[in-house]
Design a protein around this ligand. Structure first.
Ligand code: SF4
Length: 462
C-alpha cells in the first residue's frame, strides 16, 4: 500500500493536523484527579478478585546519562550508580506491597521496561530487577518481554543478559540519523551503532525489533529525513513507530533550547510525514495503527489481520491482557477499573515507598460510560472496526445505535473523506483512516466534547 493507493496527500495531512489526544488511555490524563495511597490500595484490592486473569507489567527506569532536548519522557539525568541501587530497592518494596494486596493473582502475560533508558542499568542490575519480578510473579511461558534501549549506550553484554533473562522484544530510540539534527537535539548515535545493535539482536534471536523515528525536529528537511528513512529501511527493523515531535515547553522546559532553531511549520511537518508514509510503504512497511508501521511478517501485523491487536500505555501489542501493573516513578497502572499514576519525582516516590505508602498522585476510577467509550475507541484503533452489536453483547446493552446516534452522525464527514465506512451498526476503518485514527476516536470522547476552548493543550495530530 503506497500513498497513491491510500489517496493521501500533503493537503489532507495538513487539514487534519489539529491538536488531539493520543488515546493511550480513555479517559485521557487531563481528566484524572488527585489520587493517593488509599486509591491505589482500593484498585489493587478490587483487582485481586480476578485471581486467574493474567496482567501486563510495566517498570519505569527513569535514568539517562544526558538529556536529549526533544525528550518528552519522565527522566532523571545521572551518572551516579548509588541512585540505581536505591531505586531498585524502592521497586522491590513496591512490588511486595502490591503482591500483598493482589493475593493469589500473579500471572503476567507481558512485561515492558521503559524509561528513561533501561539499559542505563549494568548487567548485574538488569538481573536484579528481573529477579525482583520473577520471584514474585508467575511469568507465562509465552509472555512478551520487551525493553526500550538507546543504541549509543547499549552493549552486546547487556543484550546477552537480556536474552538470558528471556527478553524477546527490543525497541530502539533513533529519531533521526542526520548528524546536524542529532547535534541540535543532543543525541549522539551513529548509523553503525544502530545497525550493529539491530544485527546483534537478530543474531541472538530477538524478534519484533522496533525503531522509533521522529519528524518535526528542528532543521529536519524532507531530504535529511528521507535519507534517515532510507537507511532505516535498509537496516530493516520489523516495526517502526514514527512520532510527531511534541513541542510542549510549558511541560518540558529543556525543549525551549530548540526554539533557537527553525522548527518545521505545520505544512513542513505534513510533508515530512508524507515522506515517511511514502518511503516506508515502498519499502514494504504497512500502517498498522496510530503512528505505527510493520512488515507483513511481523507479529503486530499478523495480530492486526487476526483482529487481536491491543493497545495500552506501552503502545500496540499482541497480548490482550486487560489490566496493567506499573512500578517506579511516574508509571501508570490500569488496574481494578482505575488508572493510577505514581509521583514524578524520584525522591518523593522513594520516600513514600520507604514509608510503606504507594506514591500515587493522580488517577481515575472509570465509570461504566467511560468503559463503554473506551471499548469503542479501542475497537477503532486496534481492530479497525467498531461493531455496535458486539459491543452490546459485551456490555449487556441493546441500545447502542441510539446511544451513539450523535457520534455516528459526526463520523459522516470522516466517512466522506474515505477514512471509514458506516453500514448499519458497523463502522469499518478504511486503509486511509489508519492514518487518522485519533480523529475517529475523538468523536467518541465525551470529555473532549464538553471541553471549553481554553481546555488543556495537546500535541499536534500530525
Ligand atoms: S535517551 Fe530517551 S528518555 Fe533519555 S533523555 Fe533521551 S529521549 Fe529522553
Amino acid at each position: 500500500m503506497n500513498t497513491a493507493e491510500l489517496h493521501v496527500d500533503e493537503e489532507l495531512l495538513l487539514k487534519m493536523s489539529g491538536a488531539g489526544p493520543r488515546y493511550t488511555s480513555y479517559p485521557t490524563v487531563p481528566e484524572w484527579r488527585e489520587f493517593g495511597d488509599a486509591d491505589a490500595r482500593a484498585a489493587l484490592t478490587r483487582a485481586a478478585a480476578k485471581s486467574d486473569e493474567p496482567m501486563c507489567l510495566y517498570v519505569h527506569v527513569p535514568f539517562c546519562a544526558r538529556m536529549c532536548l526533544y525528550c518528552g519522557c519522565t527522566v532523571e539525568i545521572t551518572r551516579r550508580s548509588g541512585k540505581v541501587h536505591s531505586y531498585l530497592a524502592a521497586i522491590e518494596r513496591e512490588v511486595d506491597m502490591t503482591r500483598a494486596l493482589l493475593g493469589p493473582r500473579r500471572k503476567i502475560a507481558q512485561i515492558h521496561w521503559g524509561g528513561g533508558t533501561p539499559t542505563h542499568l549494568a548487567p548485574a542490575e538488569l538481573r536484579r530487577l528481573f529477579e525482583i519480578l520473577r520471584s514474585r510473579f508467575e511469568i507465562e511461558p509465552q509472555a512478551e518481554i520487551s525493553i526500550e534501549v538507546h543504541p549509543h549506550v547499549t552493549t552486546f553484554e547487556q543484550i546477552d543478559t537480556l536474552v538470558e533473562l528471556g527478553f524477546n522484544r527490543i525497541s530502539m530510540g533513533v529519531q533521526d540519523l542526520d548528524p546536524h539534527v542529532q547535534e541540535i537535539i543532543h543525541r549522539d548515535q551513529t548509523t553503525e551503532e544502530t545497525e550493529n545493535l539491530v544485527a546483534y539482536c537478530r543474531k541472538r534471536g530477538i524478534g519484533g525489533v522496533n525503531v522509533d523515528l521522529m519528524y518535526g525536529l528542528p532543521e529536519q528537511t524532507e531530504a535529511t529525513f528521507a535519507a534517515t528513512l532510507d537507511t532505516i529501511a535498509r537496516i530493516r527493523p520489523d516495526r517502526l513507530a514514527v512520532y510527531a515531535y511534541a513541542h510542549v515547553p510549558w511541560l518540558k522546559r529543556h525543549q525551549t533550547a530548540l526554539e533557537r532553531y527553525a522548527l518545521p511549520t505545520p505544512p513542513q511537518r505534513a510533508r515530512l510525514f508524507f515522506v515517511a508514509i511514502e518511503q516506508l510503504s515502498k519499502s514494504g512497511y504497512e500502517v498498522i495503527g496510530l503512528d505505527h508501521f510493520a512488515l507483513r511478517s511481523d507479529a503486530l501485523h499478523r495480530a492486526l489481520e487476526a483482529g487481536t491487536l491491543h493497545r495500552n500505555f506501552m503502545g500496540y501489542t499482541t497480548h490482550p491482557a486487560e489490566e496493567m501493573l506499573a512500578f517506579g516513578m511516574s508509571s501508570i497502572a490500569d488496574i481494578g477499573g482505575a488508572f493510577v499514576q505514581n509521583n514524578h519525582d524520584t525522591r518523593e516516590y522513594e520516600a513514600a515507598i520507604g514509608a510503606g505508602r504507594f506514591s500515587a498522585i493522580k488517577g481515575l476510577v472509570r465509570s461504566a460510560e467511560d468503559d463503554l467509550r473506551r471499548a469503542a475507541i479501542q475497537a477503532l484503533m486496534c481492530g479497525m472496526k467498531l461493531d455496535l452489536r458486539a459491543l452490546e453483547a459485551r456490555f449487556g446493552r441493546r441500545d447502542l445505535a441510539q446511544h451513539f446516534a450523535r457520534e455516528l452522525q459526526e463520523l459522516r464527514p470522516l466517512a466522506d473523506e474515505g477514512f471509514c465506512s458506516i453500514e448499519r451498526d458497523v463502522v469499518t476503518v478504511l486503509p486511509k483512516g489508519r492514518l487518522f485514527l485519533r480523529h475517529l476516536a475523538m468523536v467518541f470522547d465525551e470529555y473532549l466534547r464538553q471541553k471549553k476552548a481554553d481546555g488543556p493543550r495537546f500535541s499536534k495530530t500530525i
